[in-house]
Design a protein around this ligand. Structure first.
Ligand code: NHW
Ligand code: EN5
Length: 388
């Protein structure tokens, strides 16, 4: 069934429920001298390229490959449209390796036709902090699909991760592979219901008119929590403490330090937005919420070409009720003209999704670990990790 994945150190379907297998690495590290020194062979017409995401030309090529060939929904109505600024952010966290930004070109024309990336992250799995690669942006041009290029891309990124003495990875996908550590549900909160309905992202509910629907999703003009403001650079230590403490409650979560928080959570226009609550009395930072910006191209609509979506990232509430905190995030997203606010049912998101009028989407997101076994699959609420 899975000719490639059967050969890889990942949990196999046949082992599900076999509680005698130990939790932890599936295979031990090999000496670095035994890691293959040359890249894997590509079909003869193609060549590897290590991408310099800071080069304007390369960033353009990667952007265009993804904008035309990356992830679509199951009815091919929308395609993710990661911005160049977003890609630069996603691919250059603290300690990133340029060698993990891997492209494939056609030798003759130099056209970029495939891509895969890794970035380093410390991921805690139960009590163990593991140096991992987060793998993302695997993409093969539509005209080169089903030629078994993806397994070569995956083996090559694995080799380059091994060369940095890392032996585990995490990734998410909309498809089921051997074998998910958790399966999460996408939820969507309409901010601009008329547009969402016009472009086929959502439908008018039964016994609902357009004007009733618009009223249903109306939000206040401005946020309600006293002390709610944008995160600033001087907040990094306080936000790091808040987030580290919160994430310690989940089975799988990133082990963020101050450098990570500065990179991943300090606001960047049209990339990541973060807000916190500074107590007007004590000036303590008590609550935090964030979302990242990932528009989708609307395929074949006369009136609209882009859907502006915010994706819930990391949220922590200690004083402000979570519902009120996320409602304020919805209000700022609406002010900033987002059409929809998306969230997964990870962490404690279950506690606000229904009450804040999110509805379940038609997409699921499966989480995976490479070369690390868990005895049981996790509930989404046990996951403290959001990938881009
Ligand atoms: S998930 C988004 C993936 N990208 C897309 O969906 C974009 C649109 N689709 C495409 O570009 C986020 C192609 O369809 C792709 C497959 C390239 C997906 N993950 O070349 P073949 C990520 O980026 C397996 C993993 O003929 P194709 C996460 C498939 O099961 N494997 O297919 C990426 C089959 O293997 P099997 C996937 O359609 C994580 C084989 O590929 C997959 O032309 C990567 C078929 O290959 C997916 N999303 O190209 C793993 N989709 O065994 C990282 C299909 O079943 C692992 N396949 O025969 C860790 C590495 C680092 C380790 C370090 C220690
Ligand atoms: C890893 N970093 O399917 C990336 N999105 O529900 C790979 N559906 O937007 C992850 N089909 O349900 C890939 N509207 C997995 C995601 C791939 C993209 C995807 C889904 C997630 C999605 C929308 C549009 C469906 C269009 C037809 C959807 C319903 C919204 C409605 C709003 C009102 C309340 C009820 C729900």
């Amino acid at each position: 069934r899975h000719k490639f994945w059967e050969t890889q150190p990942v949990g196999q379907f046949k082992d599900i429920g076999n509680s005698s297998l130990p939790e932890g690495p599936i295979e031990p590290p090999t000496p670095l001298s035994e890691v293959k020194q040359e890249p894997y062979n590509l079909p003869n017409l193609y060549e590897w390229v290590t991408c310099d995401i800071n080069s304007e030309e390369m960033c353009d090529e990667i952007y265009n490959l993804l904008a035309n060939n990356y992830v679509e929904d199951d009815e091919n109505m929308f395609r993710f449209n990661y911005s160049k600024e977003f890609l630069r952010w996603a691919l250059q966290p603290p300690g990133y390796f340029k060698s993990w930004h891997i492209g494939v070109r056609v030798k003759s024309s130099k056209k970029m036709v495939a891509f895969i990336t890794g970035v380093p992250a410390r991921i805690r799995v139960r009590d163990e902090v593991v140096n991992m690669a987060e793998i993302n942006f695997l993409c093969v041009h539509k005209k080169l699909r089903t030629k078994r290029l993806a397994p070569v891309m995956i083996k090559e990124v694995t080799r380059r991760v091994h060369l940095e003495n890392m032996w585990q990875a995490t990734y998410t996908a909309g498809v089921v592979l051997p074998t998910p550590i958790a399966t999460c549900q996408y939820w969507h909160r309409s901010l601009n219901p008329k547009k969402l309905i016009d472009v086929g992202f959502s439908r008018l509910g039964a016994r609902m008119t357009m004007s009733r629907t618009i009223k249903l999703y109306k939000l206040p003009e401005s946020t309600v929590t006293p002390g709610f403001r944008k995160m600033e650079i001087h907040d990094v230590p306080a936000v790091t403490r808040l987030i580290r403490n919160y994430l310690s409650h989940f089975s799988v979560a990133p082990d963020f330090d101050e450098n990570d928080v500065e990179h991943w959570l300090l606001p960047r226009e049209n990339v990541v937005d973060s807000f916190l609550v500074e107590s007007p009395q004590t000036h303590e930072v008590t609550d935090f919420c964030s979302f990242y910006t990932l528009p989708s191209t609307i395929l074949g609509n006369q009136n609209y070409s882009v859907l502006k979506a915010a994706y819930s990232f990391y949220n922590v509430s200690t004083v402000t009720p979570l519902l009120q905190l996320i409602n304020d995030a919805l209000i700022v997203a609406k002010q900033k003209d987002y059409d929809v606010f998306n969230a997964l049912d990870v962490m404690q998101n279950d506690a606000f999704l229904k009450e804040l009028k999110f509805g379940p989407g038609d997409g699921k997101l499966h989480y995976y670990l490479y070369n690390y076994r868990l005895r049981h699959a996790l509930k989404p609420s046990e996951l403290g990790l959001v990938l881009l």
